[in-house]
Every structure is written in C-alpha cells, then in structure tokens.
Design a protein around this ligand. Structure first.
Ligand code: ADP
Ligand code: MG
Length: 274
C-alpha cells in the first residue's frame, strides 16, 4: 500500500506553528478511504482541540465508523493524513517521505487513543476487574498491583465498584458499557473515541452510560462521539459535525448546527431523529 499523498507535517511539529496550546489534539486532513471501488471517505477534514467534545451525526453508511477507525489506524487511509497529539498516526516522516510504522509502534500509538464500541467488546472469560487490568499490564507493562488499584478507582468512578469480580454476562448492557469505558480509561488515553456507545442498549439504560460520558466531558477529556442522541449533542458537544456520503457537510456549535442547519441533508436527517 502506498503512503498518503497529501503533504504531512514533520512528526511532532504539526506544521508551521510552534505554539503548543494552538495544536489540535486531533488533526484529520483530506482523508480519503475506499473499500474496493466504494469510496467511503471522500476528503474529510476535522480538527479537535484539547479538551473539546466533538459529536458526529449522520445517516447509516455515511462513513462515521470508518472515520473513527482511521483515527486509531484500525483502517489505513488511502490519501491524506491524521495526527493525534502531535504524532502522525500509522506513519513516520523522514525527509519528504512517509513510512508506515511497524505493528508494534502502531499498537503503542493505539494505547494512547481509547475506543469504546457499540457492542462493548469485553472479554467474556475475564472478570470485570481483569478486563480493565489486562491491557495496561500486557501492552504497557505496568505493575499489576498499581494497575489493579487504579482499576478499582475507575470502577468506583463509573459506579460499579461492587461488580469487580462479576463476569460480563452477569451485567446489564449499561453496566457492561460502563466497564468498557473504565477499561479504555485505564490506559490513560489522550483521546477517547466512542462509536454509538448507547445504540445497543435498552432505552432505560442509555442515561447511565451518557452520564458517565458527560462526566468525562466535564473533566476535560478530549473526545469524539458518534451518536444519534441529539439531546446529548446539544448538552455536551463543543462542536457538532454532520456526515453524509463520506463528507462532512456541516460543522458548528450545537446551537447552530442543530437549530439552524444550512445543509439540506442535515435538515432532512434531523427531521427524522428529532
Ligand atoms: P456509518 O458508521 O456511518 O454507518 P461506516 O463507516 O460503517 O458508516 O460505513 C460506510 C460504508 O463503508 C458503508 O457502505 C459500509 O458498508 C462500508 N464499509 C465499512 N467497512 C467496510 C469494510 N471493512 N469493507 C467493505 N465495506 C465497508
Ligand atoms: Mg457506524
């Protein structure tokens, strides 16, 4: 596979500016991605500043999950580039060329970016505590004792201290998703990505998961949240992004993007979900 063709910044400098505070935490530039002949991302640009919450809305198939997956290199981009916290994702720059990182380096990058999936993806054969402890011990080689103590604090934070020794199947969907969030936080990520974190939940369990995400937002966690929960977007988002057919067609503060959308496709989508 060829390296992306759009000019990329030298790794660690992120272009011309030297002002650290001005650097976006996430910088997505002209990203294109195809699966075979199907172009799924058609030139996506997105910047997320440190501590900001970006909510991504859009119809099914518009490329939302693919965009999130490119940000932690679960999918390679065909064109363009992405940097997170000043590092190019999946590549390093040497002179004018980009070289793909080795698997081990990609895995290390990925530990800095938490990902919470629609279907929780907990390990069924591990207890709640073991699920949280696994990655920091195996991927980051942190001492099990320290990680376990931190995991118990995280469980307390998501309101599940008493479930440490339970297995995932003994928990409700909402509880499982809160464990999945604690597991993502255990790696102390610089960025959290959520892909429809409440879509698999019974309606009465949605609130408890959104409350945990809101809490993280109020504590200044940088995150990108794909969701259909418009109320959540209105309350928590700094920026709302609307995707349609592989493009960002609308982007702005929630009041503008949700109440006075400029794009016809945004209006059509919102009229269905509101
Ligand atoms: P969304 O999350 O907005 O529903 P996706 O990013 O999952 O959209 O998918 C966008 C399009 O890409 C869809 O048409 C989907 O079928 C297609 N797609 C996603 N992943 C793959 C894949 N691994 N192989 C082939 N097509 C894919
Ligand atoms: Mg999706």
């Amino acid at each position: 596979m060829s390296a992306p063709t759009t000019p990329a910044p030298a790794d660690g400098t992120n272009g011309a500016t030297t002002d650290e505070a001005a650097l976006p935490m996430v910088d997505v530039r002209s990203v294109h991605k195809s699966f075979g002949s199907l172009e799924v991302l058609k030139g996506v640009d997105l910047q997320v500043r440190v501590g900001e919450v970006t909510v991504v809305l859009g119809p099914s198939g518009s490329g939302k999950s693919t965009l999130l997956r490119t940000i932690n290199h679960l999918e390679k981009v065909d064109q363009g580039w992405i940097s997170v916290d000043g590092s190019l994702i999946g590549y390093r720059r040497s002179g004018d060329k980009l070289y793909e990182l080795r698997e081990r380096e990609i895995l290390r990058q990925r530990t800095r970016i938490g990902f919470v999936f629609q279907n929780f993806n907990l390990f069924p054969h591990l207890t709640v505590l073991e699920n949280i402890v696994e990655a920091p011990v195996s991927a980051l080689r942190r001492p099990r004792k320290d990680v376990t103590a931190a995991a118990r604090r995280l469980l307390d934070r998501v309101g599940l201290a008493e479930k440490a020794d339970a297995y995932p199947k003994q928990l409700s969907g909402g509880q499982q998703q809160r464990v999945a969030i604690a597991r993502a936080l255990a790696l102390e990520p610089r960025l959290l990505l959520f892909d429809e974190p409440t879509s698999a939940l019974d309606p009465e369990l949605v609130g408890e998961v959104l409350d945990v995400i809101k809490d993280l937002a109020h504590q200044g966690t940088t995150m990108i949240v794909v969701t259909h929960e418009i109320g959540f977007a209105r309350e928590v988002a700094d920026t709302v992004v609307f995707m349609d057919d592989g493009r960002i067609v609308e982007q702005g503060a929630p009041g503008d993007a949700l109440d006075t959308p400029r794009h016809e496709r945004t209006r059509a989508f919102l009229s269905k979900v509101l």
